[in-house]
Design a protein around this ligand. Structure first.
Ligand code: GLU
Length: 287
C-alpha cells in the first residue's frame, strides 16, 4: 500500500505557522517514502467557512512549495455519504436525536455524580438527557448522537487500539495505544454524529474521508490525540480501516500558548507580506 497522508484544514481563517508545520511535515514524510500527499478542505461548518480563506489556503500551500493532486476533496461535496453512514448507525439502533443546546448540557451536567467524569476527549460529557428518544421522533432541528455504551457493547471488543509511531520521518518502532472497552464506556460520552446545523460532525466526516481517500497515515497536531479513540470506535462500527497516526508537537507563541486561527500575527500570509521566504518558514517551525 502506498504511504498516503493528507493535510485537512478548515477554511475558517488564515493558515498560521502551526498549519505550515503540519502541512510541511506531512508533505516531507510522503516524499521521503515515495508516497502521496493529499489536500482536503474540511468545510462542513458553512457558518464559518469562507471561499476567500479556501483560496488563501491554496495560495499559501503552493507558495510553501507543496503540490497535491486535484480535484481537491471538499467535505461539503460529500454530505450524502455522511448521511448514509448515520443511517447505517441508526439502523444498528445506536443513535438518538438530541434537542439539547450547550446551555442545557451545562445545566444538566452541573450536578455531577461522584466518580463520574464530567469532561472527556470531546469536551463536556453529554449527560444523556435525550438518550431515551427514538430516531422516528426526530425533529429537523435535532442533532444526532451516538449511544457510546451501546456502540461499545455492539462491538463486543475488550480493547481498541491504534498505532502511534514517534514523531517525524525518522520514526522508531510503532507504539500501540490501547484503550479498554470500560475506559471508553466511561470517558467519552455520547458524541455528536450530526450537528443540527451541519448534518454531520467533525468526527464522522474525518473518519469516513480518511477511509474514502485511502489514507494510510494521518499526520496532525497533538491536540487531536485524545479524540483518536473516538475515531477508532467509529472506524470499527463502520467497518473501516484504522490508519497509523502521527500526532506532532504543536507550534506555540512566545508565551508558550498554542497558536489559534485568530493569531493573525502568525499567519503565513503576514510573513509573506513581510518578505519571508518558504525556507524562513521552515526554519521558524524547526524543519
Ligand atoms: N480540520 C481539522 C483542523 O483544521 C483537522 C482535522 C484532522 O487533521 O483530523 O484542525
Amino acid at each position: 500500500m502506498i504511504f498516503t497522508t493528507r493535510f485537512a484544514p478548515s477554511p475558517t481563517g488564515p493558515l498560521h505557522l502551526g498549519h505550515a508545520y503540519s502541512a510541511l511535515l506531512a508533505y516531507d514524510m510522503a516524499k521521503a517514502r515515495n508516497g502521496q500527499f493529499l489536500l482536503r478542505i474540511e468545510d462542513i461548518d458553512q457558518s464559518r467557512t469562507r471561499p476567500e480563506w479556501e483560496d488563501q489556503i491554496y495560495d499559501d500551500l503552493a507558495w510553501l512549495g507543496l503540490t497535491w493532486p486535484i480535484p481537491v476533496w471538499r467535505q461539503s461535496d460529500h454530505i450524502d455519504d455522511y448521511r448514509a453512514a448515520i443511517d447505517r448507525l441508526s439502523n444498528m439502533g445506536l443513535t438518538y436525536p438530541c434537542r439539547c443546546n450547550r446551555h442545557d448540557i451545562a445545566l444538566a451536567a452541573s450536578a455531577p455524580q461522584e466518580g463520574v467524569p464530567t469532561y472527556g476527549p470531546d469536551g463536556r460529557i453529554y449527560p444523556g438527557t435525550c438518550q431515551h428518544r427514538k430516531m422516528a421522533a426526530r425533529n429537523p432541528t435535532d442533532s444526532i448522537r451516538l449511544n457510546l455504551r451501546k456502540a461499545i457493547d455492539h462491538l463486543a471488543a475488550d480493547t481498541f487500539e491504534f498505532q502511534e509511531p514517534a514523531e517525524g520521518p525518522a520514526e522508531g518502532n510503532s507504539v500501540t495505544k490501547s484503550y479498554s472497552a470500560d475506559d471508553l464506556r466511561t470517558s467519552v460520552g455520547d458524541i455528536l454524529l450530526a450537528r443540527r446545523d451541519m448534518g454531520t460532525s467533525y468526527h464522522l466526516s474525518v473518519v469516513l474521508d480518511d477511509a474514502a481517500q485511502n489514507i494510510t497515515d494521518v499526520v496532525r497536531g497533538q491536540d487531536l490525540f485524545e479524540v483518536t479513540k473516538i475515531h477508532v470506535v467509529l472506524q470499527r462500527l463502520l467497518g473501516l480501516p484504522t490508519p497509523i497516526y502521527h500526532h506532532h508537537r504543536l507550534i506555540r507563541d512566545a508565551n508558550g500558548k498554542r497558536l489559534a486561527k485568530r493569531d493573525d500575527a502568525r499567519a503565513i500570509a503576514k510573513f509573506r507580506q513581510d518578505g519571508a521566504s518558504p525556507d524562513d518558514i521552515r526554519a521558524m517551525v524547526g524543519l
